[in-house]
Design a protein around this ligand. Structure first.
Ligand code: SF4
Ligand code: SF4
Length: 106
């Protein structure tokens, strides 16, 4: 298991309270509001932590750069992807790449 898989495994073993505390602390670390792709719509909707929650809901549709690689959450969770607000969560991007990438190319 890599860092991300270990982190997801640890999260799945937490109770609901621990999970929401962990999510809250990661939201506090999220630097999306400083990103050029982040919009006032996303701010008003309090959208954050797209790497875990997935795409922005109707607020971000233009990629103007992504600062996720410099975010402490990327290091902590061992994220390998970016542009989570437009492309989907780390889990979704990994899963899609694995399934389709692996099965269609061969
Ligand atoms: S990796 Fe990106 S989406 Fe995830 S918390 Fe950091 S800035 Fe936000
Ligand atoms: S996920 Fe990446 S591109 Fe989207 S707002 Fe956050 S830092 Fe910017």
């Amino acid at each position: 298991m890599d860092t991300f898989e270990q982190a997801m495994d640890a999260m799945s073993k937490m109770d609901k309270d621990e999970q929401s505390k962990k999510i809250g602390s990661m939201k506090d670390m999220c630097i999306c509001p400083k990103c050029p792709s982040y919009t006032s719509c996303a701010k008003n909707a309090k959208e954050l932590l797209f790497c875990a929650t997935g795409k922005s809901f109707m607020c971000i549709d233009q990629e103007k750069g992504c600062i996720c690689p410099g975010c402490p959450v990327t290091k902590q969770l061992g994220l390998k992807n970016k542009f989570f607000c437009t492309k989907g969560s780390e889990k979704a991007q990994r899963y899609e790449h694995t399934i389709w990438g692996a099965s269609l190319v061969r």
